[in-house]
Design a protein around this ligand. Sequence first.
Ligand SMILES: [Zn+2]
Length: 284
Amino acid sequence: MPDIEQKPEFTGFIGNFVLTPENYYSDEANKRFLSNSLFKSLYGYPAHPHPCQAAAVYGGKETTEALLVGSYMDAWFESTNAFEDFCREHENQIYTKSGKTKYKFIIDADNAINRVRKDKTFMRFMGGSHQTVLTGTIAGHPFKIKMDAYHPGEMIVDLKYVKSSMPVWNEVLKQRVSFIEDYGYTIQGAIYQEVEYQNSGKKLPFYIAYVTKDAEPDFGVVQIPQELLDEALEFVKINLTAKPYQSILMAPKACGRRSCPYCRKNKKLSGPMDWKTFTEYIAS
Ligand SMILES: [Zn+2]
């Protein structure tokens, strides 16, 4: 574990701070509110328990191709203005150095957008208000949410641009699971539904509108069953109650796995490994 870092402080104190779509991802907002992604990176979820808390607390914000292209799509569905602004702000990540052509992963995203925009049902679900921000409290912790497509009084829809819609083998659950379980989208649905409910007084169905990165994209809209959302909300509450966010910040655990870039970056050998430790480590 690194020794120089300053622990970010979770104030849980909203004060005069007003959360907006613009400051949603700011350090200020993250100090005051937990979010779906922060929760999962600290507490894990059934398909991926035991995340690297140290990486989540000290690792800094990652900017991956997947995150960029996700925001690119969100902006397209939001409005022409939002999309133009996004493309201007991220010009160097969208266009190759010559400035004339887009990167391959952006061309693929355009292909996916062009496929689903022809589907009336998909587009109806992706209608409503875009990138609406709301706050609430779960197990005493302030939470923030940002909804891709919000239809007040009717439903909440989240857009997912996924590698494939094919089930994947999960080593923890010892079964093939959908991308929805693999990425913990039931947790996201539970948090979004609960926070929206605290604001409106009505529990809305939660849908995933997905499109895949296949050359010929697959796409669909699926409702996450209420019992899975209830189960996921229970999971969130139990974890936050057992270990409040503040107590994780006091001593975030490093996972020590070979597959963790943060832990590889900060590792320091204390001696050679015996054969058993080595075989376990390289499989971790
Ligand atoms: Zn780690």
